[in-house]
Design a protein around this ligand. Sequence first.
Ligand code: CP
Length: 309
Amino acid sequence: MLKSKDLLGLQYLSAEEIGEILDGAVETKKFLKGDRKSTDVLKGRTLVTLFYENSTRTRTSFELAGKYLGANEVNISVATSSVQKGETLIDTGETLDSLKIDFIAIRHPMAGAPALLAKHVRASVINGGDGMHEHPTQALLDMFTLKEHFGKIRGLKVAIMGDIKHSRVALSNLFGLRKLGAEVYMYAPGTMIPKDIEKLGAHIARSREEAIEGADAVMGLRIQLERMNGGLFPSLGEYAKYYGVNADCFKYAKPDAIILHPGPVNRGVELTPALIDGNSSYILEQVTNGLAVRMSILKLLAEYREKNL
Ligand code: CP
């Protein structure tokens, strides 16, 4: 049983709650493999997706998760909503609450926006990515992918490579993987390593090879060009050469190691196309797993709501 009406970040979830979401996703993934993807578990419930930033995977999988579970599903296009007339986040939330909805999946460029919204609405708020803070459902699907492949998370070595500083995926994975007993190594240009991240349990590697040596999984991160003011590395070409993951450095990982990436990928920058499309790549499996994990989250939050609200 989750302990909150909202899912705001892995910082706030216990290892038991994370385990419950991952166990639930085992069941929802079985359901997704069936011929008819339809159930009435969330019949009569309504999910709103409220995305202030672009998304393909997260928004689509929330929408499908709601539909497959039998919920009503509404997408608010921020570009054509009253947000453009200056409506505040809280006013938008309270307006949605008045429409008696149950879940809001939100993505927002400001860190903390989902938490602010959650305080003002009765609906369950699910963080679909907030600024450079957290992207909990992404990290949960990454962990699910690891657990499905390796049968465990405890003791795995996961190398997270690239733009750590601007990445909400990196932070959520660090919280979640540490809580479940994995070792997290990070490697990036010094300008892309947040100050004090080691205090959260990350090992900062001094070379690409040190990060990848003996790793079970290597996670490439997208260069977040939209969050940078420039000047963090000389050029994309040099970044790819010295910090990108290619076949030569991937050889340092364990023989059965897998490649992960939250997507969208800058092909040839953080990962070479050969790795993205190769046999070790689980990038598209991650997308499928994102649907299973988001279905599990909606089911667990619905249970919480039935018992507590
Ligand atoms: N991984 C991820 O958040 O992808 P989208 O931006 O497409 O949702």
